[in-house]
Design a protein around this ligand. Structure first.
Ligand SMILES: [Zn+2]
Ligand SMILES: [Zn+2]
Length: 77
């Protein structure tokens, strides 16, 4: 379940339009999975577990990111 606002723009996920969702979700996913880009989001709060992204190990990042994708898709925006 999504517990926080959007990790990129701080709006509620349900307040996004479809194109905003695509942009925020996939930017977040790309940066979370890319060790170089990860520095840009490591102080953000994870939308799934509310820890800082920095406080995840790589397998936790993967798990949270995968859950976030499924949860956002289940909003059916
Ligand atoms: Zn957003
Ligand atoms: Zn997490």
């Amino acid at each position: 379940m999504i517990k926080t606002t959007c990790p990129l723009c701080d709006k509620q996920m349900v307040e996004h339009t479809k194109s905003q969702i695509e942009k925020c979700l996939w930017t977040f996913v790309r940066e979370a999975r890319n060790p170089v880009a990860f520095a840009r989001i490591n102080s953000r709060t994870c939308p799934e577990c509310e820890k800082k992204m920095l406080d995840h190990n790589p397998s936790q990042v993967n798990e949270c990111v995968n859950r976030f994708i499924l949860d956002v898709e289940s909003l059916e925006i």
